[in-house]
Design a protein around this ligand. Structure first.
Ligand code: NAP
Ligand code: GLV
Length: 308
């Protein structure tokens, strides 16, 4: 049986080689060269066109190249087979690195110095210890929990918000909608690492920004549809938020005429916060294929009723 690989962003040749090195009897077919669809029993995909997977009659499992599976779940024709998301050390490490880098960006006031440089103004601010900055991580799953640990290791004061309460050393845990307000109160920096679900869509809105103290910063690394873009522009323009780094957008690539591109206090990065390397990600997928073949439980299966 064969695996179908589909991604417009990941290198198919590198993934095929990494998978076949681990499972020499696995035939990896790279879209659009499907061959006989009946011979395909697994698929490894990133944002496949709706309907592609429904055309594989003998599919037994779908593996996502990404941690977030919102696009897959939005396909009404997605076959009712196990869907496993990517949980991979390189994806986790690169996300923690990015979250830490951006927390440090605001903590060390590099945004302020960028602005002063534009006016050739030599004026220093006395650096403050990391413990004077409180960072809140929304979502304490694979990525958020690791990012929170990295922030703690760096000396930041760290809070996390999730559905259920967590025990992560050095992280103050807040759970559920009723504790969202207490989580946000007094944060200097908020980092969003939530999955996109009907419950979290539009969560980064005027109401949430109003619960942050004046001068807070937003680092948004999750999904475009979490953010109400007009509300962010308004909060930044009024000076309520000091600034934002946004990595994910409702429309990607971000259209050239989008106001975020030219806003002096909104920074845009092109959905680049973290990525899964074939060297490590292929082992995660190979492990699940072995499990499937041997009838053992798969790992990282998405709970569809929850949406993540
Ligand atoms: P995960 O392991 O599934 O963790 C999700 C976390 O969010 C969990 O802690 C969960 O709480 C919490 N959560 C879910 N719904 C919630 C709600 N309604 N209220 C409060 N907390 C809620 O996901 P992950 O692997 O960390 O990935 C998170 C997201 O990062 C992905 O879904 C994707 O959108 C994004 N991402 C972005 C990039 C990028 O390059 N920008 C790369 C990878 C991933 P419980 O633990 O209590 O269930
Ligand atoms: C990337 O955005 C992912 O979900 O892995």
């Amino acid at each position: 049986m064969a695996l179908l690989f589909y991604s417009r962003e990941d290198d198919p040749v590198a993934w095929k080689a990494a998978l076949e090195a681990r499972l020499p009897d696995l035939e990896v077919r790279i879209w659009p060269d499907l061959g006989d669809p009946e011979a395909i029993d697994t698929a490894l995909v990133w944002r496949p066109p709706p309907g592609l997977l429904a055309g594989l009659p003998n599919l037994r499992a779908v593996f996502s190249l990404g941690a977030g599976v919102d696009a897959l779940l939005a396909d009404p024709t997605l076959p009712a087979v196990p869907l496993c998301r990517m949980v991979d050390p390189s994806l986790t490490r690169s996300m923690s690195e990015y979250a830490l880098a951006l927390a440090l960006f605001y903590h060390r006031r590099l945004d302020l110095y960028e602005e002063r440089q534009r006016r050739a103004r030599w004026e220093m601010e006395m650096p403050r210890p990391a413990a004077s900055t409180t960072v809140g991580v929304m979502g304490l799953g694979e990525l958020g929990a690791d990012a929170a640990r990295s922030l703690v290791a760096h000396g930041f004061r760290v809070r996390g918000w999730s559905r259920g309460r967590k025990a992560i050393e050095g992280v103050a845990s807040f759970a559920g909608g009723e504790e969202l307000g207490a989580f946000l109160e007094g944060l200097d920096i908020v980092i969003c690492l939530l999955p996109l679900t009907p419950e979290t869509e539009n969560i980064l809105d005027a109401d949430l920004f109003a619960r942050l103290p004046r001068g807070a910063c937003l680092v948004h690394l999750a999904r475009g549809a979490h953010l109400v873009e007009r509300d962010l522009l308004d909060a930044v323009e009024r000076g309520h938020l000091r600034g934002a780094v946004i990595d994910v957008f409702r429309e990607e690539p971000l259209p050239a005429d989008h106001p975020f591109w030219r806003h002096p206090r909104i920074r845009v990065t092109p959905h680049t916060a973290s990525y899964s390397l074939p060297e490590t990600g292929a082992e995660v997928v190979a492990d699940n294929i072995r499990r499937l073949r041997e009838g053992r439980p798969l790992r990282h299966v998405v709970r569809r009723e929850r949406g993540y």
